[in-house]
Design a protein around this ligand. Sequence first.
Ligand code: NAD
Length: 264
Amino acid sequence: MKIDLSGKVALVTASTGGIGFAIARGLAESGAEVVINGCSEATVNHAIQKLQQVVPGVAVRATIADLSSAQGVETLLRTVPQADILVNNAGIFGPQDFYGTDDETWDRYWQTNVMSGVRLSRALLPGMISSGWGRVVFISSESALNIPADMIHYGVTKTAQLSLARGLAKFAAGSGVTVNSVLPGPTMSDGFAAMMQDEMDKTGKSLEMVGKEFVMANRPSSVIQRAATVEEVANMVVYVCSMQASATSGAALRVDGGVVDDIV
Ligand code: NAD
């Protein structure tokens, strides 16, 4: 199977690092023009330079916008009023005690993880539908199904993304636009590395090693028994954005290494 996305414009939110950058890279390698988004000029420029090194000749655009607010999304839409592919990857995560999670935190998680995708879909879907082709992907999490007791605020937003993706798939029924969610499990992104930094400093162990220990201790149902790489997650996203994935819509696609102990 050869995935060819030439002529398509792909917006990947929060794509200066982690899973988002790997998705942008995968889409660029498949011929798409990619739009890199991040909160600061420095991180966006750095990501673009890195992308140009690994994908020579890549068509790439930049959009600096913090997607945790309506104004941030409006800023992005001024530079990217249309896209063929929208990957809603922006998301924040971190453990926090339920009693200690205040309204402001709940609201920040909701705005960043859910409302950014609502706002971007509302703005970009009409163009996709009228052109008869489009791909919308929400980067959810296995935490949408396996709600972690120490990250309830996060799990709630990730479950909401599944509902949103499923509803939007039905909303766009028959239009040639597919909407899906992808559910990674623990993945060795920049954010995950930051969460593991103390443990790495304390033990001198590599990210792969502490990632594996994290999975064995906290997600023992994992079938692969390790954390995934960002490329492993990106591969699924690139596929679901491809022409070949035209019969997949309204689906919740797991790249969780089998953490969710379920047959379907
Ligand atoms: P990451 O922290 O490594 O990278 C996130 C990127 O988003 C960073 O470059 C950051 O600058 C940018 N960003 C953060 N807030 C932003 C905002 N408000 N506006 C624009 N950019 C912003 O994250 P990751 O681990 O790659 O996670 C990406 C997505 O994957 C998230 O939605 C996350 O919930 C999901 N996910 C991650 C894991 C994991 O283990 N890493 C597992 C399941 C799901």
